[in-house]
Design a protein. Structure first.
Length: 365
């Protein structure tokens, strides 16, 4: 069935519908990964967004039940150049189109995704709609302009109550702002006992659990909308080792007194080069974020830049100069890959060891 993708600036793309045929609205963004579409669709950080894949063929290895990053997809639409109807992979249980139809998510294929991506790069992310071919474009555009920006996105993807995953190792509290399953996988792989807490947990509630360390997860939306998360981090600074990822990195920076800003079109994909400032080593990272920390705001915060994006020079890593805490803007759990930065989970556990040794020394002297 013929469908159309309409942008708020009046641009119209015609294509073929697949998946669900309902109308859909959202902020349109692009991601540059050649693989990993299943992980992208189920990443809570994409809540409320229509995702465009720059790689021209999507769906060729189908969908399986092992590679989800959440229990359901969070995108509101999918835009591709070509959607594979007949996947070929021994793990595949259904096609991409069948999956989208089952989850009531519209897709549109046959779009000039290169042209669309160049527009987003030039003018920034835009509101967009996937709708029927006979929908009146002027009416759709007026509706897009009138729609408010997505607020309280984190509240929509965070769990409603705490839960635990048992383990014989260190006790880590994971504050779930929209955490990917792979973060839990990396912690449990290292024998951690993990207590997962909702986004609105307080510092006092976390401290009452007497954990060894706290992780601040990824999540969707503007970090300044998560005021309770900023206050929670303020209450933990200096009391427990902290490790923040993506949104957790931004909330940590805000809690320390720094500022954040919205990027023109964000970083989304699995091929983003990041350089370690101390060693000069470059790693390839998986990223999905629309906001960044403003480097000009770091003065007096106690924060130092540890890593930097080589594409645009934005901050990709921070460490506190006094307290045991560090963060990264990218995704070291790397699902989809690459796995260059997987070591950061070990770095976090080593920081916990060091913090505990220092406390033992302080008590005996």
């Amino acid at each position: 069935m013929k469908r159309q993708l309409i942008l708020e600036d009046g641009t119209i793309f015609k294509g073929e519908g697949f998946g669900s045929l309902k109308d859909s609205y959202g902020e349109i963004v692009f991601t540059t990964g050649m693989t990993g579409y299943q992980e992208t669709l189920t990443d809570p950080s994409f809540y409320g967004q229509i995702v465009t894949f720059t790689y021209p063929l999507v769906g060729n290895y189908g969908i399986n039940w092992n590679d989800f990053e959440a229990s359901r997809p969070y995108v509101t639409g999918l835009v591709v150049k070509e959607a594979a109807e007949y996947p070929s992979n021994w793990r595949s249980t259904l096609s991409l189109g069948e999956f989208l139809k089952e989850k009531e998510i519209p897709g549109i294929a046959g779009i000039d995704t290169r042209k669309l991506t160049r527009k987003i790069r030039a003018f920034g992310t835009l509101r967009a709609a996937i709708c029927a071919e006979n929908e009146d474009a002027d009416t759709v555009i007026a509706g897009l302009k009138a729609k408010p920006s997505v607020r309280d996105a984190v509240a929509q993807v965070s769990p409603k109550k705490r839960y635990e995953i048992d383990g014989p190792g260190k006790h880590v509290v994971l504050v779930d702002f929209g955490a990917k399953k792979s973060i839990l996988t990396e912690l449990t792989k290292r024998n951690c006992r993990v207590t997962v807490m909702p986004y609105n947990v307080t510092a006092a509630e976390i401290l009452s659990l007497r954990p060894d360390g706290v992780m601040l997860s990824n999540g969707p939306g503007n970090p300044k909308d998560v005021a309770c998360g900023i206050q929670m981090v303020k209450g933990l600074l200096g009391k427990l080792p902290l490790f923040g990822i993506c949104l957790g990195h931004q909330l940590f920076a805000l809690a320390c007194g720094a500022d954040t800003f919205k990027l023109t079109f964000g970083h989304r994909g699995v091929n983003h080069p990041v350089q370690d400032i101390q060693t000069g080593k470059t790693v390839i990272t998986s990223q999905n974020h629309g906001y960044a920390v403003d480097e000009k705001s770091l003065s007096g915060t106690g924060l130092m830049v540890t890593e930097r994006a080589l594409n645009d020079g934005t901050i990709e890593g921070l460490a506190h100069t006094i307290y045991p805490a560090f963060t990264v803007q990218y995704h070291p759990e790397a699902s989809p890959g690459p796995h260059d930065s997987n070591r950061l989970f070990d770095q976090f556990l080593n920081m916990i060891d060091q913090h505990q040794e220092e406390h033992k020394y302080a008590k005996t002297h």
